[in-house]
Design a protein around this ligand. Structure first.
Ligand SMILES: [Zn+2]
Length: 201
């Protein structure tokens, strides 16, 4: 873990909140290639405004973002731009983050790490708060749609070292969770959550 405030590691299964000023670029590296990263953004000055997958899908009229796409807030403000993506571009906007109730559904003991708690804990540690976790942009999550209605749970198509760059179009705080899912092969066939790395440039 580096001590540089503008770069660091997000441990597998854990989260991190990173403030961005308008114009800054957030580079997120899928270091080991198969890690899904649930990603949120909140208005740095008013956390009731958040990155909204529902509004973004409507504004872009696409189910999944690609390079050049603007990502919108729940107030339809331009919040982030997907500036670069070296991966095959398979990301998900359809499903909620994993939470303690999903692991309960799978029969796990209480206390299993989960993206919802990572979101809330990371925000709190950074000095912010939110009443609930919005639907995230699930970077590298490979949940393709088939038969016009089925959501398939597949493994990521990304390779080690693939990265995305998100440009902040407003002051915001980005929250990332290296998803702790170890029941379904969402984070690769080995089902082992792994670290990812970020920098602000
Ligand atoms: Zn998760």
């Amino acid at each position: 873990m580096t001590t540089d405030q503008n770069a660091g590691e997000i441990a597998g299964g854990y989260g991190k909140a990173i403030p961005l000023r308008q114009g800054q670029k957030f580079r997120l590296v899928n270091t080991f290639g198969s890690q899904v990263v649930d990603t949120w953004a909140l208005n740095l000055h008013d956390t009731s405004e958040y990155l909204s997958m529902e509004q973004t899908r409507r504004m872009t009229r696409n189910l999944f973002p690609e390079v050049g796409d603007i990502l919108y807030s729940n107030r339809r403000t331009k919040m982030l731009c997907l500036e670069e993506d070296t991966s095959p571009g398979q990301h998900d906007t359809m499903v909620a983050c994993c939470d303690k109730w999903l692991y309960k559904h799978y029969g796990c003991a209480p206390g299993h790490r989960n993206c919802r708690d990572n979101f809330l804990e990371s925000l709190f540690e950074a000095g912010y708060d939110a009443p609930t976790a919005p639907s995230p942009l699930n970077l590298w999550m490979n949940f393709p749609i088939s038969n016009n209605r089925n959501i398939d749970l597949a493994t990521p198509l990304s390779k080690p070292g693939d990265y995305v760059i998100l440009t902040a179009l407003m002051d915001c705080i980005v929250i990332c969770s290296a998803c702790p899912m170890d029941i379904q092969p969402v984070n690769g066939e080995d089902r082992i959550p792994k670290a990812v790395h970020y920098s602000v440039i």
